[in-house]
Design a protein around this ligand. Structure first.
Ligand code: IPE
Ligand code: IPE
Ligand code: MG
Length: 252
């Protein structure tokens, strides 16, 4: 019997769009250095790249976008640069929140809130409260974030629950830990993009990226545009994900 050409084709494994994309936005300093500009100028242009990327991600159908904006290790940079980065994050939330909300973006922060500038904490918690019900795109801002520290915080919560008798040590498994991470409730990242060429993870989503696909692009973050995002998505579609099994699968 001939197979009708109009019969629905089985969903092709490997053609799926990633639901959750993480981005290590790297190379602001190198972008600036290549132009004889101060590093802060690279960070400023990096914010513009971030605005574009949030818009493009929504248009391309990505549901969760996690951006690495400041790592727990970035505190070791010169004081002036740290303070410039803090000012930029405040400005981004102040200036862009209304537009993000209008576009249906839900904003949330992952990372350690302990000891952060109260002004930033207030801006972040107000943004989270305002956008809580939005569902077009979830923008997860990894700020004062480190994967090891996040896992340690989850372990501390588990230890406290065990000590208080509300959690049976036998019930502590990978799911139990997962539910106590800052990312609890979010799908795990399918694709992690790093700009500026470095082949390392730099403490980003260590636990969650267990089966993420990595795409590293040479472009510096301030030059990241729709074409670069589409290129990363194309590369993702060519990958065969197996999750430890023998067959290709679209998702875990
Ligand atoms: C990424 O660009 C921004 C942050 C880490 C906050 P960098 O500042 O790391 O730029 P390079 O890596 O020095 O070029
Ligand atoms: C990772 O980039 C952190 C962010 C993008 C916020 P870094 O520039 O800090 O990473 P390393 O130091 O090159 O590993
Ligand atoms: Mg860097």
């Amino acid at each position: 019997m001939a197979i009708s050409s109009t019969a629905a084709a089985p969903a092709e494994v490997g053609t799926a769009m990633p639901v959750h994309v993480g981005i290590i936005m790297d190379g602001n300093g190198r972008w600036a250095a290549a132009r004889g500009l101060p590093r802060i100028e690279g960070h400023r242009r990096g914010v513009e790249a971030l605005r574009r990327t949030v818009r493009n991600a929504g248009e391309l159908g990505i549901k969760v976008l996690t951006i690495y904006s400041f790592s727990t290790e970035n505190w070791s940079r010169p004081k002036q640069e740290v303070s410039d980065l803090m000012s930029l994050i405040k400005r981004f939330v102040r200036e862009d929140l209304a537009e993000l909300h209008r576009a249906g973006v839900k904003v949330m922060m992952i990372g350690d809130r302990e000891g952060l500038d109260p002004e930033i904490l207030k801006l972040v918690s107000d943004a989270e409260a305002l956008t809580r019900e939005n569902d077009k795109l979830t923008l997860v801002v990894a700020f004062n974030y480190g994967g090891r520290q996040e896992i340690a915080r989850a372990a501390r919560r588990i230890a406290a629950e065990v000590a208080s008798g509300t959690l049976d040590p036998e019930a502590v498994d990978a799911d139990a830990l997962d539910r106590r991470l800052d990312t609890a409730g979010l799908p795990e990242p399918d694709l992690i993009i790093r700009t500026s060429g470095e082949l390392r993870v730099s403490n980003f989503l260590l636990w969650q990226a267990a089966y993420a696909e990595f795409v590293v692009l040479p472009v510096h973050w301030p030059d990241f545009d729709r074409g670069a995002l589409v290129q990363a998505l194309d590369e993702f579609r060519r990958r065969e994900r197996r999750f430890g099994g023998l067959e290709a699968r679209a998702r875990a």
